[in-house]
Structures are given as C-alpha cells and as structure tokens.
Design a protein around this ligand. Structure first.
Ligand code: PGA
Length: 256
C-alpha cells in the first residue's frame, strides 16, 4: 500500500492548532484508508494529544526522530522504546537533522536499526545537496547514504522499512525535482537496497519521493512505477492542500 507521510517539522506552535490540523486530515483520510496509508509526524509534545484523537481513525502516527539507545543518560533524547505504543512510525536522517544537528550516516544507521528493533516503521531519508546535483554527483551521494544507513539492517526488516528520496535542494524550496531525475534515483535506491538485503526483501521496501510536493504536482511522482508514496512537509500544514494530495494519490493508486 502506498504511504503518504505528513512531516509537520517544528509546527504548529500550539496544541489547539495541531489538533485542528489532525481533524482536517482525519476527515479526508476517512474515504481513502482502504487505498493509501496516511501517517502524520507532529512534534514530540503533540504526540500524546494527537494519538488520543487518532484512535480508530485509521490514520497512523509517527515521530520525527529517535535516539538509538533504549534508555540512559542521554539528555533530551527520546528512545524508540518510548515511542512504541504511541507511534507506529519514526523518521530518521532527515536532511534538516543532518544539516543543523550534524547527524552522520553512522548515526542514521544506528537510529534506523533501533527504530526497526522496537518494531516501529522507519522512514530513512536520503538526498543530495544542490552542489552535488549540479556536479552530477547525485547517484554517488545517494548510494553512499543508502549503503551506510542500511548497514545494520537485515532482510527481516524490509516490510517496515521505507526510504524517502528527498533531494535537499527541493525541500521547502518550491523547486520540486524533475520526475525523470526522481525516477532514476529511486530505481538506483531499489537496486542498492537489493544488494544490501537481497532482491526479494528489497521489493517489500517502500520508496517515497519528498521535496516541495503539493496538490498540483503530486501526480507526476505517484504515477512513477517505482514510487510508493510521498513525504510531504510544508503542504501538510494546510488541511485543504493535504486533502488534495490525498485525493490525487488515492486516485492514481486506485487505477493501478
Ligand atoms: P517540503 O518538505 O514538502 O516542505 O519540501 C519535505 C520534507 O522535508 O520532508
């Protein structure tokens, strides 16, 4: 089933707005739950109130990050064990964390393995910077990130593993990637995942596109044969815009 993931990032700043947004998502999700999996990723403080609202809605909940240890002296961190029970999903290795928090491929690998080990679904993000893209190095950068990020994974993890290809220059920039570029990179990712965990298991791994996805451009990505959904940032903060993304995605996959 395709996955539509709503990464709210550090928004909204109060719980009432968060709950309003959830209500908007729930109302549109209702009619499409049999065709697409929808997951929302609010900031940590809103996870508990949002989870209360989502009970029996069919909409899944995820955290935007996790640490790799189960517990201990790690001030400020949240472990996958703590998220278990509350969330079904966690995002790791988002480019904003790689950029602002200096997260390395090694840390992303540990987080990916820890999330999967706690039986969460994990969305591992990869993507090249604009300089890499301009220099024609996208394949090299993305391959290295995928190889490193999956270093601690096995074939058993495949059904709960998702890789989001998000060219960094396309995130929040309004400059979404050319579908041909997205397709070629997603094909490369699928091949590398196959090399890492075996081709059979790799077929179960879902691959998403992310980067300035909106209601009026989502179709060109979800139509790509290898695309299993999208990771949406800015547009997921507007219930009407997100509803449009849900409708288009559901229609495209309904025809497959
Ligand atoms: P964007 O963000 O849709 O605002 O470009 C995507 C993401 O960062 O996951």
């Amino acid at each position: 089933m395709p996955l539509l993931a709503a990464n709210w990032k550090m928004n909204p700043t109060n719980v009432d707005d968060a709950l309003d947004l959830v209500r908007g998502v729930m109302s549109v999700a209702r009619g499409h739950a049999d065709r697409i999996e929808i997951a929302i990723f609010p900031p940590f403080p809103w996870l508990l109130p949002v989870s209360d609202l989502l009970v029996e809605s069919g909409v899944k909940l995820g955290a935007q990050d996790c640490f790799w240890e189960k517990s201990g002296a790690y001030t400020g961190e949240v472990s996958p064990e703590m998220l278990k029970g509350l969330c079904q999903w966690v995002i790791v290795g988002h480019s904003e964390r790689r950029l602002y928090l200096n997260e390395t491929d090694e840390m992303v690998a540990k987080k990916t393995a820890a999330g999967l080990g706690a039986e969460l679904g994990v969305i591992m993000c990869v993507g090249e910077l604009l300089d890499h893209y301009d220099e024609g190095r996208s394949d090299e950068i993305v391959s290295a990130q995928v190889r490193a990020g999956l270093a601690l994974c096995s074939a058993d993890d495949s059904a709960r593993l998702v890789i989001a290809y998000e060219p960094v220059w396309a995130i929040g920039s309004g400059r979404n990637a050319d579908p041909e570029h997205a397709y070629k990179t997603m094909r490369l990712i699928r091949r590398i995942v196959g090399e890492m965990i075996g081709a059979g298991a790799a077929r179960k791994v879902r691959i998403l596109y992310g980067g300035s996805v909106k209601g009026n451009n989502v179709q060109q990505y979800v139509e790509l044969p290898l695309c299993d959904g999208v990771l949406v940032g800015g547009a997921s903060l507007d219930a009407d815009e997100f509803a449009q993304i849900v409708r288009v995605t559901s229609e495209v996959y309904g025809q497959r």
